[in-house]
Ligand binder design. Structure first.
Ligand code: F6R
Length: 235
């Protein structure tokens, strides 16, 4: 594991974006696993800026996002599809056909989960998986549990996640109770994992990276990954 501690969140975003840009420079047709939430916003802004400055192209890049809320349409500003379009995809030269987010409106959720796993497989896996971490140690929406779920699945969001993420919605009641999330298999099989965390996540980062490996702290499973880079802001 490589642990990069940064002065602040500005530098955290820069370091994270540099890791992604370096990969895209070496492998133009990389498959990126992407995350939403507040953590990657600054890194996405940097990538968009470097694209604008003609330093970076996404023309051949393919992306698969970690998760999507159930019941939200891609047009909903609360959906993760909207988030990705707004924070990254609209600002770079990516082919939108090559961007993938689980379909939160799928009627047959099992079919949608199977489709998403098959899609990731058809892309030959993920070159770099970008991750944030929940206050409870979740990655994607793989919530603390007694067992590990390997496949893409529908999850009932934990009380903790609903409380934390309610801040992004008009009210806690407006927030979906379920989400579709990539399971642990494609995350752990990603050729590289880049875990990014602001200073308020220091406690859970320590627990995840230096505590016991357990599905009760899903991010602790990353200890098993051979090429894990963690970018953690000091303030
Ligand atoms: C988002 C995701 C989540 C977030 C985590 C941290 O796609 O999968 O695991 O990375 O909840 O969220 P923020 O960055 O908002 O603290």
């Amino acid at each position: 594991m490589l642990l990069i501690e940064t002065r602040d969140t500005e530098e955290m975003s820069l370091r994270a974006a540099e890791q992604i840009a370096a990969l895209l420079t070496l492998k133009r047709d990389a498959v990126l696993g992407l995350a939403t939430g507040s953590t990657p916003i600054g890194a996405y802004a940097k990538l968009a800026q470097w694209h604008k400055e003609n330093a970076l192209s996404f023309r051949q890049v393919k992306t698969v996002n970690l998760d999507e809320y159930r019941g939200l349409s891609p047009q909903s500003p609360d959906s993760y599809r909207w988030f990705m379009n707004h924070h990254l995809f609209q600002h770079v030269d990516i082919d939108m056909q090559n961007t993938h987010v689980p379909n939160g409106l799928a009627e047959d959720v099992r079919e949608e989960c199977a489709r998403y796993d098959a899609l990731i497989e058809s892309l030959h896996g993920i070159d770099l998986q970008l991750l944030g971490i929940g206050m409870n140690g979740h990655i994607g929406f793989n919530e603390p549990a007694s067992t590990i779920t390997l496949e893409t699945h529908c999850v009932t969001l934990s009380e903790n996640t609903r409380e934390v993420n309610a801040a992004y919605f008009a009210s806690k009641d407006a927030m979906p109770t379920e989400a579709i999330t990539m399971g642990m298999r494609p995350i752990l099989q990603a050729r590289r994992v880049l875990l990014v965390a602001a200073a308020n996540k220091r406690g859970i980062i320590e627990k995840a990276l230096f505590g016991p490996v357990t599905p009760e702290v899903p991010a602790s499973l990353l200890q098993l990954h051979k090429r894990l880079t963690v970018v953690l802001a000091r303030s």
